[in-house]
Structures are given as structure tokens and as C-alpha cells.
Design a protein around this ligand. Structure first.
Ligand SMILES: C[S@@+](CC[C@H](N)C(=O)[O-])C[C@H]1O[C@@H](n2cnc3c(N)ncnc32)[C@H](O)[C@@H]1O
Length: 285
């Protein structure tokens, strides 16, 4: 059987990773793209979302269309924000990267990495298998040492990461992009405690958080099975203080601020109350 015939189709929470790839594929086609992700289209195609997604029950609903635009906008801005954070971390000498809930993140293939960089992609087995089959089909070659770690982040992922060769004595840059919103609050708390315990001085952290009220605004009448219908947690009232409590010096940015800094015309930004995410960067002192 070919990869294409064997490939399991996206389902449950990991289907959201293919939706994210579709947004990145669309951005990649823009003349003034904030990043280019040449593999994104192959992931979206393999997941049945390209060239167009299957019809949805709320197609034609203007409010739903606006919500989808807002989510797409947030994905584009957060991708650029975290690309920049990773470049800064590498420039400061960090050579270990851990992508938590990596999904179809293709940074190992599309970014330049300093010699000696080891990049760990942590997600459950199903999306990692799907991804591997698309990567084989595309004959993609990673630009750093890439190690996949198949584990559920509610289980003993530090053990799995250690077994895969992560060295907690050296600084790590951690990325949790589009992940925490899918984990219940106690799982988010435990994830941060575990990340912190594995972070040497000089480690960096990039997080995206669902902004306050986003679940009520987006999730309540979301189509069952859609990404928003699976959102369960929002950012704490004081994300910087929350991270300080775990030993991180953090700064928090809104999508709107970052979008303005990136020169993305504000006309394409959704209305203020529709912005669904907070962007956090942090350093371990
Ligand atoms: C919205 S996608 C984001 C993927 C990727 N970070 C990106 O931005 O392209 C969420 C990802 O989190 C993963 N995820 C959610 N809950 C998880 C868990 N408990 N353990 C491991 N991965 C999980 C999903 O499988 C999915 O790949």
C-alpha cells in the first residue's frame, strides 16, 4: 500500500493541526507573507482541506465566517511571533528546541538552524504518523537533527523526552503553540511545572494562550467537532505573574500589537473583541 492509502485521516483534537497547516499554506501564497511554509499545503491536501475544506453546517453564517477569519489571523501572527522567538533563542546560544503539541509544525524543515541544533517534536502517535507519511511523500529533509516523541502530554512526557535524548542541563527553547487552549487548567499547570523543572538557566519559552472570554465568544455556538468546540482553557488573569511564579521572566503581547509591528494591514485584522489569543515570550533566569 502507498503512504496515501495507509494514512489515517485526521480526527479529534489533532485534526486541528491540519487546519492550522491549511492557514499556513494560504499565508505562504500571499505576496507579503509573514513566513513561508512550503510543506503546509501537502499536509492540508493529505488531510482533505485543500484546495477547499468540505462544506460545514455554518457555511453562509456571517458570524461564523468572521470567527474563522479571526482564528486564521491569530494563527498567522502567532507563527511569525514564535519564528522570531526561536531565532532569538538560537542567537543567544540555545541548541535544544522542544515543540509541544507539534502537529504539522514544519519549522525543522523550513527554518535555518545553527549547527548542532536538536529539535524534538512531541505529540501523540496519530498526528506524528500522519506527518511522517506526508514528509516521506514530499521527500522532505530536516535542516537540523529532528527527533519525534510520541506521547500524550497528560502522561509522563518528561520520561519520554529524556529517553529521546533531551538534556535538561542545557538550555531549551520550548514552544507550546495552539496547545494550552485544548488542555484543562490542571493539565496546563502541570505542563508548566514540568517544563520549568527541565529548563536550565537561559532557556526560553513561547506560549499562545486563549484570551479571556474567547471560549464563550467562539466555543459556545461552535460546530461540534470544530477546533473551537474543543477549547477548554483560557489564559490566567495575570500570565506574567503566573510565569514568574514558575521562575520565568515573561512578557505578554496581544495579537493586535504584534500584527501592527509586522506591518500586517489593520484592515485585515478582525474586530478588537474577536481576537482570540495572547502571545507570551519568557526567559529562565
Ligand atoms: C491546534 S494544533 C497546533 C499544532 C502546532 N503546535 C502548530 O501550531 O502548528 C494542537 C496540537 O496539540 C496536540 N495535542 C493536544 N492535546 C495533546 C495532548 N494531550 N498530548 C499531546 N499532544 C496534544 C494535537 O495533537 C495537535 O497536534
Amino acid at each position: 500500500m502507498t503512504d496515501e492509502q495507509e494514512r489515517a485521516q485526521p480526527s479529534g483534537v489533532w485534526a486541528t493541526a491540519v487546519g492550522v497547516a491549511r492557514v499556513r499554506a494560504l499565508e505562504t501564497e500571499r505576496e507579503n507573507a509573514l513566513f513561508r511554509d512550503p510543506l503546509a499545503r501537502a499536509f492540508a491536501t493529505a488531510g482533505g482541506l485543500w484546495p477547499s475544506p468540505p462544506p460545514r453546517p455554518d457555511d453562509g453564517d456571517e458570524a461564523a465566517r468572521r470567527r474563522r477569519l479571526a482564528v486564521s489571523f491569530s494563527i498567522v501572527i502567532r507563527t511569525k511571533f514564535l519564528d522570531d522567538l526561536l531565532r532569538r533563542a538560537c542567537a543567544s546560544g540555545v541548541r535544544q528546541v522542544v515543540l509541544l503539541g507539534a502537529g504539522m509544525d514544519s519549522r525543522a524543515f523550513r527554518m535555518d538552524w545553527p549547527e548542532g541544533t536538536r529539535l524534538f517534536e512531541v505529540d501523540t502517535a496519530a498526528p506524528l504518523d500522519f506527518k511522517a507519511s506526508v514528509l516521506r511523500q514530499e521527500q522532505a529533509v530536516a535542516r537540523c537533527e529532528r527527533i519525534t516523541v510520541a506521547v500524550d502530554l497528560r502522561e509522563d512526557w518528561p520520561g519520554a523526552l529524556a529517553a529521546a535524548g533531551h538534556d535538561p542541563a542545557s538550555p531549551t527553547v520550548w514552544i507550546a503553540e495552539g496547545l494550552l487552549i485544548y488542555l484543562p487548567e490542571d493539565a496546563v499547570e502541570s505542563l508548566l511545572a514540568r517544563i520549568s523543572a527541565l529548563s536550565a538557566t537561559g532557556s526560553c519559552l513561547g506560549l499562545t494562550l486563549g484570551s479571556r472570554g474567547v471560549i464563550e465568544r467562539f466555543g459556545a455556538d461552535a460546530v461540534p467537532g470544530s477546533a473551537a468546540s474543543m477549547w477548554v482553557s483560557e489564559m490566567p488573569d495575570d500570565p506574567v505573574g503566573w510565569l514568574a511564579g514558575h521562575g520565568w521572566e515573561a512578557s505578554s503581547h496581544t495579537l493586535f500589537e504584534c500584527a501592527a509591528a509586522y506591518g500586517r494591514p489593520s484592515g485585515t485584522a478582525p474586530q478588537h473583541d474577536e481576537r482570540p489569543g495572547g502571545l507570551i515570550s519568557a526567559v529562565r533566569r
